[in-house]
Each structure stands twice: as structure tokens, then as C-alpha cells.
Ligand binder design. Structure first.
Ligand code: ZN
Length: 394
């Protein structure tokens, strides 16, 4: 080997080592982004669900198996304690918003483009899935711009007509079909089901119809007038419930969005962990957390199914804020020897709390999420992932 050849080999070797140390994401565009949100879920909620599901051993929830772990600050523009509107708008647009604002600054009337809209401009598929009304604050912030989260009928109309989100699955039928008497906080009302059908949506109302709609290009699934039945009530009170679960909605959304060869942006929300924590209801909380984790399993199975999906998909699991001041208060001086046991719960509030929340992630660009960051940074990391730009921490 000549000296010249040896020098070239050493340089190539150093370049490869460099890629491994600093991550190989820069310059690589990510095809799919899946953002999964257990709403109002502090780390203590994850631990309580894990102990219930597996006992206090080494086994982990599916969401805990993602490769990168970091955490984010959650405060909004005008409050240490955020609401879901400002928190989701921060992820969607990369800016701080006041509580109640949906990707819209009320003072300046500015409506920055959301990550979902950027993905759409790139020709990607887009989807929103939730167990609240689909027009609730978290999904709303990705596909609508309005000064108040209370304008759910306005949000419904924007989803269908302005943004054209391809897949919308959740509760909230009443926001898509209303009379003038039922107009929202912004004065909006009307039949947006007809509007959806005119805009080429297949509209479905129950689990069976949804499962048959997998070949559709655009799907609007509204499974109840308001919010979907909590898991713990569904199991005990109503065996004939015709609503799909969050894992099935997630699988359906993936099967529609994966048809787009340019990829997609999908947001999946386990909306009601937050409401369980508002109610200080441990059984409700654990039911919703484990249901959300089953939806994470659906996503992980989908990704693992093909090498190309694994290489081209950024998965982020992050909660928007704490809620309830939930603590594992006990048992002290006693342990559990098997799954199925409830810890002793302690609560300090019926509202949101201001601690940081965990971020679990994997895939290209996830190396930037395994740190202490701000909620607005998540937008900039997702945007860099879509465009293939270098991401630099502020
Ligand atoms: Zn809440």
C-alpha cells in the first residue's frame, strides 16, 4: 500500500468514526414522523401503570423501550402552568403561545405554519388521532389556527376545508354537525359532514366501518357525539360498545397514510390520561395509560415490520404537561409479588402542574431529543428531520 492510499483509508476511517459519534442524521430527510402524546402524564403515572401491568420488576412499558430518553420544559408564553392548547401549539409551530391559543397569536393575529402543514406542503400524508373530540386542543394545534380552543366547530371546519388533514379519527361528531343554536365560541356552526364528503372524505361512525375503510385516501371517523368512552368504563359497563380503541385507530391511520410514497406526519393522542389525573382517579388513569402504550406497540410493530420504515421514521412519545400532582405514596415497607396491584395514590391538585415531562424517541434525529430541551425545540427538530437540515441546539 502506498502512503497516499493509507492516508485516504485513515481519512475515510476517521469520517466513519465521526458519523458514529455525532449521529448520522444530518443531511438525511426523514420520511415519516409519528408524534405520540399521552396528555397530562407525569413520569409517576407511567410508573404506576407499569407496576400494575408487570409488577415492580424489570419489565418496561413499550414506550419506555424507545432508544433515546430526554425531557422538556412545558411553560407557556403567559404561564408557568401550561394548558394543552399552548403546549401543542409550541410543538406544532416552535413558538411559545398563551394558554388557550391554537397555533394563533391573539394579539398580533399571526398564525405560523404548523409541522403538519409543512409536511402537507411536501406532499406527505397527514393524520390526527385522539380519544377526546378530534377538535380538542392537542390535535387542533396541528391542523387549525384559532384564538381560542373553545372554537371547536371552527377547528372542525378548518381541518376539512383549509388544512385538509387526510386522516381524522376520534370523538366529537357534534362539532361536525350543528345548528345555529349550537354555534361555537367563534360563532361557527354547520354541517361539515357534507362538506367532508364533498372534499372526498370517507366518513365512518363505528369500529366496523373504520376497519373496512383501510383502502381509503381520506378518512373522517367520528365515533361519538363528544368524547370517547374511557377504557375502564368500556370494559366494565358496555361490552357492546362500538367505538374503536386507540390502538385500532392508530393501525387504521397507519394503513391509510403508508399508501403515500412521500411519507406522512401522524399525531396520536391518549387524551384522557389527563382527565383521569384531573379527577384524581387512579383506575381511570391506569386504563388510559396502558391503552396508550398499546397504541405505541402498534407503531413499534409497524416500524419493525420493514427495515426501510425503521430507517426512515422518527417516533416521539412526549406528554405536554403534568397533571394532578400525582405521586406513588405507597405502599411503604411492603412490595408486590405479582402484576395487577394498584399502588397507593397521592394527589396535590385537580389541575395541571409545571414539572418537565419525559421524551422517549427513536429514529433519525432522535439523538437531539435525548437531552434537556424546551417544548418549542421539538418543532425545530421535527422540521430539520423533514428537510434534512442540520439541527443545532439553541
Ligand atoms: Zn388537562
Amino acid at each position: 500500500m502506498t502512503m497516499k492510499k493509507a492516508a485516504v483509508l485513515i481519512l475515510v476511517g476517521l469520517f466513519i468514526i465521526n458519523l458514529n459519534v455525532y449521529g448520522s442524521s444530518a443531511g438525511k430527510k426523514v420520511k415519516n414522523i409519528i408524534l405520540m402524546v399521552p396528555d397530562g402524564t407525569p413520569i409517576s403515572t407511567i410508573v404506576a401503570a407499569r407496576i400494575y401491568a408487570y409488577g415492580p420488576g424489570k419489565e418496561r412499558l413499550h414506550l419506555e423501550t424507545l432508544e433515546q430518553i430526554g425531557y422538556q420544559s412545558t411553560h407557556s408564553r403567559n404561564s408557568i402552568i401550561t394548558d394543552s392548547a399552548a403546549a401543542a401549539s409550541a410543538w406544532a409551530c416552535g413558538q411559545k403561545f398563551n394558554n388557550k391559543e391554537i397555533s394563533f397569536h391573539r394579539e398580533t393575529k399571526e398564525a405560523p405554519k404548523t409541522i403538519l402543514e409543512l409536511a402537507k406542503e411536501m406532499g406527505k400524508g397527514t393524520g390526527l388521532v385522539a380519544t377526546s373530540t378530534i377538535t380538542h386542543a392537542t390535535p387542533a394545534a396541528f391542523g387549525a389556527h384559532v384564538f381560542s380552543r373553545k372554537c371547536e366547530k371552527t377547528i372542525a371546519k378548518q381541518f376539512i376545508t383549509t388544512t385538509g388533514v387526510d386522516v381524522l379519527l376520534g370523538g366529537g361528531l357534534s362539532n361536525f354537525k350543528s345548528t345555529e343554536m349550537q354555534k361555537d365560541f367563534c360563532g361557527t356552526w354547520g354541517n361539515f359532514i357534507t362538506l367532508a364528503e364533498e372534499n372526498n372524505y370517507k366518513v365512518v361512525y363505528n369500529r366496523e366501518e373504520m376497519l373496512k375503510a383501510v383502502g381509503e385516501k381520506k378518512l373522517l371517523g367520528l365515533f361519538c357525539p363528544g368524547c370517547m368512552t374511557p377504557v375502564y368504563k368500556k370494559e366494565v359497563m358496555d361490552p357492546k360498545n362500538r367505538e374503536p380503541g386507540l390502538p385500532e385507530m392508530t393501525r387504521t391511520a397507519l394503513s391509510i397514510l403508508e399508501q403515500n410514497n412521500k411519507g406522512f406526519f401522524l399525531m396520536v393522542e391518549g387524551s384522557q390520561v389527563d382527565w383521569a389525573n384531573h379527577q384524581n382517579n387512579l383506575i381511570y388513569q391506569i386504563g388510559e395509560t396502558l391503552e396508550f402504550d398499546r397504541a405505541v406497540k402498534v407503531v413499534l410493530d409497524w416500524v419493525e415490520d420493514k427495515e426501510s420504515r425503521r430507517e426512515n421514521t422518527l417516533i416521539i412519545v412526549v406528554s405536554d404537561h403534568g397533571c394532578g400532582g400525582f405521586a406513588i405514596k405507597g405502599p411503604y415497607g411492603k412490595t408486590f409479588d405479582k402484576p395487577g396491584e394498584y399502588i397507593e395514590d397521592g394527589w396535590v391538585s385537580k389541575s395541571h402542574t409545571g414539572e418537565d415531562t419525559m421524551i422517549w424517541s427513536q429514529g433519525p434525529y432522535s439523538e437531539h431529543l435525548g437531552k434537556a430541551i424546551d417544548n418549542t425545540d421539538i418543532f425545530h427538530i421535527m422540521k430539520a428531520a423533514l428537510t434534512g437540515d442540520v439541527y443545532k441546539h439553541p
